[in-house]
Design a protein around this ligand. Structure first.
Ligand code: ZN
Length: 413
C-alpha cells in the first residue's frame, strides 16, 4: 500500500513541470578580464543557465551577460558580485512568477494568436488553416523528430509556375516561445489580408513562403510538459545521460569550431556530427532539394532585438555583405516605424559573437543569398518569458521587416 502510494506520488512529481521559485535572472556587465573570470568560476561551480549569450564561454569584457541562477545559489552569487565591484542588475527577481505572468492573456479559446499555444494545438491549427484556405495554404510534412513527432511545413502562396520561394522557420530553440507565436501570426496575416492588402497580395502571388511553425517539436513539447527553460532537441547522446543537441549549432557551417560546445551536457552542444539531428537534417534536405527556387531564408529566434546575416562562424565578410546590410537596414527601419522598437543589425560574428553551425550561415553557403536570423523581443526585461500581451505588437512589427525583405527578394533575386 505504502509502496503504491509512493509510486503514485513519484509519478505525479515527474509529470509536473519543473518550477523556478526563487530563481533569479542576473545581468552582469564585466568590465575587465577579472570580472569575466569571476563569471566563469561561478559557472564552473554551479549550474548557471545562460540566456544571452547562450554559453559562459561567450562572455566577454564590455558585453552584458544574462543568466538564470537557481534559488539555492542566488545569495552567494549576489555577494560575489557585490564584492567584485562588477556592475549587475537583477532582471527577473523570481523566475517562477515570470513563468506564470507570461500567460497574461485571458482568452479562453483553445487556439488563439495572442496566446502561446502548445504543440497539439498548433498542429490542429495548421491542419485547419490549410483546409480552410486551400487556395493559399497547403500542409505537408517536412520530417519526423527524434521522438517521432511530425514536423509540419506550410506552403503559403497562390499557385503559379516558377515561383521564387522564401523559407521561414520558427521554434529552433524550444524556450523561445515568441518565435513560435510569430509563425502562426504570419500565416494568419497572409490568409486574412490576401486580396485586400496590395503589398502582401503581390508577395503571395509571386513568392511562396515555406513556413515551419515549429522545427524543434520535441523540445517545444518538453517546454510545456516538463521544463519551460529547455533549449535543445531531445535526442539521446551516447555515453552520457545528458539529452539533446543545439539545433542551431548542428549545421555544416564551420561546424563546432567556435561558439559551440562539444560536450553533450552543454546548451550549445553541436551534436555528434553536422545534421546529426533529424530536425536539422529534415530542414537541410528540404532546402537542398529546392535550391533552385529558394531565394530567402529567415529563421526566427529570441531574444535581443537583432537582425543578423552571415557570417557567424567567422569574421569573414560575406560576398553579398553590402547588399545584405542594406536589406537589413531597410527591414529594421520598417520594423521600428511601428512601435519604435530598437533593433541592431549586421553580420552575426561582428554584431554579437562568433557561433558556428548556424542555419543562416549554412543556407547562405548553400546558395540562399538572402539569409537572416531574427532575434525578436525583448532585450531582457522578460527574456524568454515575454508576456502574451506582447505577441501582437511583436508580430506586427516583425511582419513589416519580413515584408520588406521579401519585397527585396522578389525584385532582386
Ligand atoms: Zn534561439
Amino acid at each position: 500500500m505504502w509502496s503504491m502510494l509512493l509510486l503514485v506520488s513519484i509519478a505525479a512529481v515527474s509529470a509536473d513541470p519543473k518550477e523556478f521559485h526563487g530563481d533569479k535572472v542576473f545581468r552582469v556587465f564585466p568590465q575587465n578580464e577579472e570580472h569575466v573570470e569571476i563569471i566563469k568560476s561561478i559557472a564552473s561551480n554551479t549550474q548557471l543557465d545562460f540566456w544571452a549569450p547562450e554559453t559562459v564561454s561567450l562572455v566577454t569584457v564590455g558585453h552584458r551577460a544574462d543568466f538564470r541562477a537557481e534559488y539555492e545559489v542566488v545569495y552567494d552569487i549576489q555577494a560575489l558580485l557585490e564584492k567584485s565591484g562588477m556592475p549587475y542588475e537583477i532582471m527577473i527577481g523570481n523566475v517562477q512568477e515570470a513563468v506564470h505572468t507570461q500567460r497574461d492573456s485571458n482568452i479562453r479559446a483553445v487556439h488563439s494568436y495572442v496566446k502561446y499555444n502548445d504543440l497539439d494545438t498548433i498542429n490542429a491549427w495548421s491542419a485547419n488553416i490549410a483546409a480552410q484556405n486551400s487556395g493559399l495554404v497547403s500542409r505537408s510534412q517536412l520530417g519526423t523528430s527524434y521522438e517521432g513527432r511530425p514536423i509540419y511545413l506550410l506552403k503559403v502562396g497562390k499557385s503559379g509556375s516558377n515561383k521564387k520561394a522564401v523559407v521561414l522557420d520558427c521554434g529552433f530553440h524550444a524556450r523561445e516561445w515568441i518565435s513560435v507565436a510569430f509563425c502562426q501570426w504570419f500565416v494568419k496575416e497572409a490568409v486574412e489580408k490576401y486580396g485586400s492588402d496590395t503589398q502582401l497580395t503581390n508577395l503571395l502571388n509571386n513568392l511562396d513562403f515555406y513556413v515551419v511553425p515549429v522545427l524543434n517539436v520535441d523540445g517545444y513539447a518538453y517546454t510545456w510538459s516538463t521544463n519551460r527553460m529547455w533549449r535543445k532537441t531531445r535526442s539521446v547522446n551516447s555515453g552520457t545521460t545528458c539529452i539533446g543537441t543545439d539545433p542551431n549549432r548542428n549545421f555544416n557551417a564551420g561546424w563546432c569550431t567556435v561558439g559551440a560546445s562539444s560536450r553533450a551536457c552543454d546548451d550549445t552542444y553541436c551534436g555528434s556530427s553536422p545534421e546529426s539531428e533529424r530536425e536539422t537534417k529534415a530542414l537541410a534536405n528540404f532546402i537542398r532539394n529546392n535550391l533552385s527556387s529558394i531565394k530567402g531564408y529567415l529563421t526566427i529566434h529570441s531574444y535581443s532585438q537583432m537582425l543578423l546575416f552571415p557570417y557567424s562562424y567567422s569574421y569573414a565578410v560575406a560576398k553579398d555583405h553590402t547588399e545584405l546590410n542594406t536589406v537589413a537596414k531597410n527591414a529594421v527601419s520598417q520594423l521600428t516605424s511601428l512601435y519604435k522598437t530598437k533593433y541592431t543589425y549586421g553580420a552575426g560574428g561582428t554584431t554579437i559573437y562568433l557561433a558556428a553551425g548556424g542555419s543562416d550561415d549554412w543556407a547562405y553557403d548553400a546558395g540562399v543569398k538572402y539569409s537572416f536570423t531574427f532575434e525578436l523581443r525583448d532585450t531582457g526585461r522578460y527574456g524568454f518569458l515575454l508576456p502574451e500581451s506582447q505577441i501582437q505588437a511583436t508580430s506586427q512589427e516583425t511582419i513589416l521587416a519580413v515584408r520588406s525583405i521579401a519585397t527585396h527578394i522578389l525584385n532582386n533575386a
